[in-house]
Design a binder for this molecule. Sequence first.
Ligand code: ATP
Length: 273
Amino acid sequence: MLAQSATPANIAEREAVIDIAAADSCLEIQALSLAYAGTPALKELTLRVPRRRVTAFIGPSGCGKSTLLRALNRLHDLNETVSRRGEIRLEGQEIHAPEVAVAELRRRVGMVFQTPNPFPMSIYENVAFGLRLQGDMRKRQRDEVVEWALRSAALWDEVKARLGDSAWSLSGGQQQRLVIARTLAVKPEVLLLDEPASALDPISTLKIEELIRSLKSQLTLVLVTHNMQQAARVSDYTAFLHDGELVEYAPTDALFTNPRLARTENYITGRMA
Ligand SMILES: Nc1ncnc2c1ncn2[C@@H]1O[C@H](COP(=O)(O)OP(=O)(O)OP(=O)(O)O)[C@@H](O)[C@H]1O
């Protein structure tokens, strides 16, 4: 039985904590801090990313969403001004451990950016690109993986008759789904999406959102978005960041309908830019 002092807010808090703690997690971020040239961008963030779910990072511009996402596949490695403390574990293994090869990490943790970036080659070759890097594969097997990846990215029917055409002949929305297919072809465990629909029209945006929802049966997705409706539509869990801190992290429904903290409520109700 609930204690007498339990209010709807702290019931939700307890349930949110239990829900995330109980979820099977794929990535664990522990006391992660990151600074650019000594200026903090992330401050002691700790969170677990549940497996085969969609987790959204939301928050005002400059709060650190992209910095956090990029840290998850070590995109800061080449930036000498970046200093980092804390841990990021993928399936229990610290991703900065000496035995972890960055190329393999980035195969396991794929990333899709805001602006579609297909390579200047055919639709087919874009998807086959990572497979060729991985080594020899018979043409028939490669064809099968390309088809599977294009189907998984909900693009196959639109391109199956023109696989040899330039990827740049596709619309922006199709290009973004092609980039997702290219990433899926090497069978990642995690897909990081940094504002993947913000450069797209509303119909293409809906297709990307449908795709995100469908992909969680196969892999773990992490989405950075400015668009709170989008976070509410597609994600299972939402983390609200502000000024480099993780303010609140909860199942998406709980966070949007019953935020625990005033800072979260102010943001989701538009009282904080
Ligand atoms: N390469 C960089 N060098 C220096 N500072 C950076 C760099 N990238 C980001 N920053 C700073 O780190 C902070 C967090 O930036 P980040 O891009 O992660 O925020 P964000 O929440 O993704 O913002 P937005 O929603 O505008 O994309 C900001 O103050 C930003 O100016």
